[in-house]
Design a protein around this ligand. Structure first.
Ligand code: GLA
Length: 381
């Protein structure tokens, strides 16, 4: 049974009728442009086939009652009295309500159920998927206009200031604005987006190393602080405004670690722009080369990879038909991504996990995903 059916049936069983709406919002994988979003730079993610679905109907009072099907847990709260709970999925629900109300929106209550198939903790943004699917529901119930960019910002605020995870804007933007068949170029300063066609001849393969490390980790915040320190050194608002030449000029006098961090961000922004040009020419080989360079830069300069990610990337890169591979997402665990020739993807899917298991003793997971649409909904009754 697909997830849409699952939430529909669970809703009918719980409430004895159809929901008014079902909302959906996808997870994401980043093709290139890592750790650039909080530097006002460029990122090129795509929304994936895995998503969170919410089936809901409005209530006449200000109570929200939601069941997380995968957890078998229910939360009920009043919109006039939102407080932090014990952590976990509940914080995303109360956090989105809190952030929407913080924008001055008058929200209505609702009841419903939700479930998703975005792997949790794998770096595929199950949290952004949940936030946006819930935000879509709140907007329908409350008759609010749906502006995907604004809603991405609202959900980021929930994540940063309520859940307490200091993430950039990429995940929420692509979950909200993704487009089937396209990667999404995001200018993380202006929040302008454009759709970039993915090559017909290649497939995006997501390789989950089965290693985990949460974002709440201090390493992410430390990288952010290091980037801010370099921007400040150049009197710039963000690393987006510092050029490779300016950085090179300071090579001899700058702290080596800070220099490496900045070199990653500045070169990664450039790689995103080159990747877009490559995609516009349908040039999978150049995109693959840029992905390989991105991995090297994340591993050596930004130092957010780990042994298993490096092993997965190397195994993938050595496989016939692989244009390129890199770690994807925040790092320190989770997934790699490979761009693979469509005709050779079956062998790739067969060989890579076996080799990885043999080398690491870890059982990986492999997902081949098309680029899917961002947040959407359907009307029932
Ligand atoms: C995490 C964050 C994103 C982004 C990436 C690194 O996924 O949620 O905002 O910073 O790390 O590119």
């Amino acid at each position: 049974m697909n997830i849409r059916e699952k939430v529909l049936q669970a809703f009918q069983a719980e409430y004895g009728g159809d929901p008014t709406w079902i909302t959906r919002s996808p997870g994401r994988v980043n093709i290139i442009g890592e750790h650039t979003d909080y530097n006002d730079g460029f990122a090129l993610p795509m929304a994936i086939d895995y998503a969170t679905w919410v089936a809901l109907k409005p209530r006449s009072d200000r109570v929200v009652q939601a069941t997380a099907l995968d957890k078998g847990q229910m939360l009920e709260f009043n919109l006039d009295d939102i407080s932090k709970g014990k952590g976990g999925w509940e914080e995303y629900l109360t956090g989105v309500a809190w952030a929407l109300q913080g924008e001055g929106h008058q929200l209505g209550g609702w009841e419903g159920v939700f479930a998703g198939d975005v792997p949790i903790g794998a770096g595929l943004s199950s949290s952004a998927a949940l936030e946006l699917a819930l935000a879509r529901g709140f907007c329908l119930v409350s008759d609010l206009e749906w502006d995907p960019r604004r809603m991405a910002l609202v959900c980021q605020k929930a994540e940063n200031h309520w859940v307490g995870v200091n993430s950039g804007i990429m995940d929420q933007m692509v979950s909200a604005c993704g487009k089937e068949g396209y990667a999404l170029l995001i200018d993380c300063r202006s929040l302008e987006t454009s759709q970039v066609p993915l090559p017909e001849s290649a497939r995006v393969v997501i390789l989950d190393t089965s290693t985990r490390r949460g974002l709440v980790d201090s390493a992410y915040n430390e990288r952010r602080a290091q980037c801010e320190a370099v921007a400040c050194h150049f009197n710039a608002d963000a690393l987006r405004d510092v050029t490779q030449e300016q950085l090179l000029d300071k090579a001899g006098i700058m702290n080596t670690l800070l220099y490496q961090r900045a070199r990653h961000v500045i070169s990664e922004n450039q790689r995103v722009l080159e990747a877009v040009e490559a995609l516009e020419r349908g040039d999978a080989e150049s995109l693959g080369r840029l992905m390989n360079e991105s991995h090297r830069s994340l591993r050596d300069d930004y130092q957010v990879s780990r042994e298993e990610l490096d092993q997965m990337v190397e195994i993938a890169q050595d496989e016939p038909g692989c244009y390129g591979a890199r770690m994807t997402g925040g790092g320190f665990g989770g997934c790699a991504i490979a761009l693979v020739d469509a005709d050779q993807v079956e062998d790739f899917e067969y060989n890579v996990p076996r080799k990885y298991l043999r080398q690491t003793g870890l059982e990986p997971k492999v997902y081949v995903s098309r680029a899917s649409d961002g947040t959407s909904y359907e009307v029932f009754s």
